[in-house]
Design a binder for this molecule. Structure first.
Ligand code: RB5
Length: 155
């Protein structure tokens, strides 16, 4: 498993804490920045990480900003990405099980790092259930193909 990690300035400190957690768990990751609390534009960093997931270079992505909303909006514009903004462990697990989410987004200004890391753990442990959910996820892909005219990398 390899995680694509990214944030803007508003999520930088949380991204660093997620990176520490991943190292402690022995989980490989690639950090797409940013590298300080200096103001930057979240689309630049979220896009790079989301594209790495869509290309299959990373298994899953974790993106942080102030709310987790901006980075989710960016990631969900990339064909093949299903990004879920989750601030509780149930949603994080269900985003994997039912929606086959491949990107988790978090808001540093919304949750403390203790809860955020439990959300990360729930997301990483979650497994896509398939079955009755598969045709629904396929309908998401069909919408992408309708508007983007692109296929989806197998995730
Ligand atoms: C930056 O101030 C903030 O707007 C950004 O981190 C994020 O919350 C946007 O969705």
């Amino acid at each position: 498993m390899k995680i694509a990690l990214a944030s803007d300035h508003g999520g930088f400190l949380l991204k660093e804490q997620v990176a520490v957690y991943l190292r402690q768990q022995g989980i490989d990751y690639r950090d797409f920045g940013t590298d300080s609390e200096e103001s930057v534009d979240y689309p630049d960093f979220a896009l790079a990480a989301a594209e790495a997931v869509a290309r299959g270079e990373c298994t899953l992505g974790i993106l942080c900003c102030g709310t987790g909303i901006g980075v989710a909006m960016v990631a969900n514009k990339v064909p093949g990405i299903r990004a879920a903004n989750c601030h509780d462990t149930f949603s994080a697990r269900m985003s994997r099980e039912h929606n086959n989410a491949n990107v988790l987004t978090l808001g540093q200004r919304v949750v403390g790092s203790g809860l955020a890391l439990e959300v990360v753990e729930a997301f990483l442990r979650g497994k896509y259930a398939g079955g009755r959910h598969a045709c629904r996820v396929e309908k998401i892909t069909a919408i992408e193909q309708k508007y983007c005219g692109q296929g989806t990398p197998g995730q």
